[in-house]
Design a protein around this ligand. Structure first.
Ligand SMILES: *[C@@H]1O[C@H](CO)[C@@H](O)[C@H](O)[C@H]1NC(C)=O
Ligand SMILES: *[C@@H]1O[C@H](CO)[C@@H](O)[C@H](O)[C@H]1NC(C)=O
Ligand SMILES: *[C@@H]1O[C@H](CO)[C@@H](O)[C@H](O)[C@H]1NC(C)=O
Ligand SMILES: *[C@@H]1O[C@H](CO)[C@@H](O)[C@H](O)[C@H]1NC(C)=O
Ligand SMILES: *[C@@H]1O[C@H](CO)[C@@H](O)[C@H](O)[C@H]1NC(C)=O
Ligand SMILES: [Cu+2]
Length: 563
């Protein structure tokens, strides 16, 4: 009776049909526009329906987001929902030439995105680095309204780095033969919620209330730090996974990562406070006024109240979140490992003197057939990495096995690795073996001078997330269960590194995949329209015949790396 009473009360209040799963339909016309986003530079950018920023997308757990994309660009596009598992629908993952052919200019394609998770995600172009040019927006999946309310209000802050030049120009510079290092490309400005980071609307708070602040880094290359001096950030989510509340003073966020933190407003409205956001390039020289760039906004308790200025705190004194210290709210224990995969991130100089990257053996280069189409149509050959071509760096995973990936980063670069189709457990960060360290010829030091990081294992239960920062001279160990048949990229989310080839492909359970999934007709048609085969191996042939596949970029070996 009580339940019926509540239901009647809801009906009386005119509660909308929030309790039932809905199909939320969005039409996205992806096209060029001219915009001055940072207040400094007007340039061509990529927006949706003539708008930039693209409005954030909000759906409710259980909904299906039907994203009807029309491509008004003059090049192909593909749209990826970053962090969504696409369980059973790997062909909607939107990774260009991995799970689909790009949507050709003038064509439409509809993604059906099942909101089976809860948390903070984002949607972005996953072809030709169109995300860097603006094709990116947050995706928030809210808990069902029946879930207990844990906070009073929900505040979204999206973080972007914005470059003066279009991504293809910037990347062509970085990847050109004999490109200077560090690259000449100009340091970006920060956009917060799509505009100059210093023009953000005040965050209005009411004394004593609890606010969930969602931070979404949609950055192409650079890093962000977030603090609200005078307030604790109680972290409750990383990349769509709920964590046990974990109080810190600041968050340091890599490209593709998301956090939610609860901020409890002070009891008095006597003062307003500033929140501070720093955009910085990680592990490159600091340049006064350029790297880092500082932005701030108002945490407004009362319009016109004086701002409480707190003494500046040195970065090294700030209690920054270390994600290995988080624990998932469900305390899922570390999975027992069935299989080890070791990957090492390297920079290579090619025979034509380009500086490219390798994660396993080769520089990732897109195949001539989307790898998912290959996995679905090559029968027993789908279980052999050769079928996908060497440049796809395919690793075949067996259904339900637990994979532990050890990723070594023996160079002085930082990375932010993202796995599609999964979250992984963060098992540990540790020091690379000193004998494997490779330093840039410009570095004024030897491997012996490198201060190696300490071993940092998880404690309690390992946190899970989908994007992990790998600092210089560190290895990371992560684990996941291959319980999502599909073809999933694992790549650095920094566009300069991704474009330089820092990626591998996990082909997960091709046997099960072939029984359960079929490439949608719409994808086969898009391939056909562009003369791309939608079946067969990496070149659309049978078996291991890869005739016509261009070789991956060859490494210039002038001297063997000295010991
Ligand atoms: C193509 O997509 C656009 C924008 O999403 C939509 O307005 C249009 O109706 C779609 N056309 C077809 C034929 O589906
Ligand atoms: C943002 O505003 C702060 C405070 O006024 C200022 O120090 C900073 O330089 C501004 N940032 C940019 C990029 O203009
Ligand atoms: C936060 O930013 C404001 C405005 O730029 C600045 O005055 C203040 O020193 C910063 N606070 C800290 C703790 O860095
Ligand atoms: C390396 O050291 C030399 C001599 O001390 C100095 O001139 C040069 O600027 C240094 N280079 C770098 C990249 O720090
Ligand atoms: C996919 O769904 C199956 C059940 O249908 C489940 O066992 C598995 O854990 C799911 N995987 C992911 C990554 O969601
Ligand atoms: Cu990287």
């Amino acid at each position: 009776m009580a339940r019926l009473g509540r239901l009647l009360a809801l009906l009386a209040l005119g509660a909308p049909h929030v309790c039932r799963a809905a199909r939320v339909e969005l039409n996205w016309d992806v096209g060029y526009l001219t915009a001055n986003r940072d207040g400094y530079i007007e340039r061509r950018a990529i927006g949706v329906n003539g708008q930039l920023p693209i409005p954030p997308v909000y759906v409710t757990h259980g909904d299906t987001l039907v994203l009807n994309v029309h491509n008004s660009l003059d090049v192909a596009t593909a749209i990826h929902a970053h962090g969504l598992f696409q369980n059973g629908t790997s062909y909607y993952d939107g990774a260009g030439m991995v799970t689909q052919c790009g949507i050709p200019p003038g064509a439409n394609f509809t993604y059906e995105l099942a909101a089976t998770q809860v948390g903070t995600f984002w949607i972005h172009g996953h072809y030709k680095h169109q995300n860097t040019d603006g094709l990116r927006t947050p995706l928030v999946i809210r808990a069902k309204p029946s879930a207990p309310a844990e906070y009073d209000d929900d505040i979204l802050l999206s973080l972007e780095d914005w470059y003066p030049t279009e991504s293809q120009v910037k990347l062509a510079e970085v990847l050109a033969p004999n490109a200077p290092f560090p690259p000449a490309a100009t340091f970006p400005y920060a956009l917060i919620n799509g505009y100059n980071g210093n023009d953000t609307k005040p965050i209005r708070v009411v004394p004593g209330r609890r606010y969930r602040i969602r931070l979404v880094s949609m950055a192409a290359t650079e890093w962000f730090k977030f603090r609200i001096p005078g307030h604790k950030l109680d972290v409750i989510e990383a990349d769509g996974i709920r964590s046990k509340p974990h109080p810190v003073d600041g968050l340091d966020i890599g490209p593709g990562q998301r956090y939610s933190a609860i901020v409890t407003a002070h009891d008095s409205a006597e003062f307003n406070f500033m929140y501070n956001i720093t955009l910085y390039a990680n592990f490159v020289p600091l340049i006064q006024g350029l790297n880092p760039r500082y932005y701030s906004g108002l945490l407004e308790y009362r319009p016109g109240a004086p701002v409480k200025h707190l003494p500046p705190v040195a970065d090294s004194e700030v209690d920054w979140l270390n994600d290995v210290d988080l624990q998932p709210a469900d305390l899922e224990p570390a999975l027992p490992v069935d299989r080890h995969i070791e990957l090492t991130s390297r920079e290579i100089t090619t025979t034509d003197r380009r500086s490219l990257r390798v994660l396993d053996k080769y520089t990732y280069t897109e195949p001539m057939v989307p790898s998912l189409a290959t996995a679905l149509t090559t029968g027993k050959y789908a279980a052999s990495p050769q079928t996908y071509g060497p440049q796809a760096e395919a690793h075949i995973l067996r259904h339900l096995e637990v994979v532990e990936v050890r990723l070594n980063n023996p160079m002085g670069f930082v990375h932010a690795f993202h796995l599609h189709g999964h979250v992984f457990q963060i098992i540990e960060y540790g020091p690379v073996d000193r004998s494997t360290i490779v330093l840039s010829p410009l570095a004024n030091r030897t491997a012996d001078d490198v201060v190696l990081p300490p071993l940092q294992p998880f404690h309690g239960a390992p946190m899970r997330r989908d994007t992990l920062v790998v600092p210089p001279f560190h290895y990371i160990k992560l684990r996941f269960r291959a319980d999502n048949p599909g073809v999933w990229m694992f790549h650095c989310h920094m566009d300069t590194h991704f474009a330089a080839g820092l990626a591998v492909t996990f082909v997960e359970a091709p046997d099960v995949l072939q029984r359960r999934q079929k490439l949608p007709l719409a994808i086969r048609k898009m391939c056909k329209a562009q003369g791309i085969p939608a079946s067969g191996n990496a070149v659309g042939r049978h078996g291991f015949d890869l005739t016509g596949l261009p070789p991956p970029p060859q490494e210039l070996r002038t001297e063997t790396a000295s010991s």
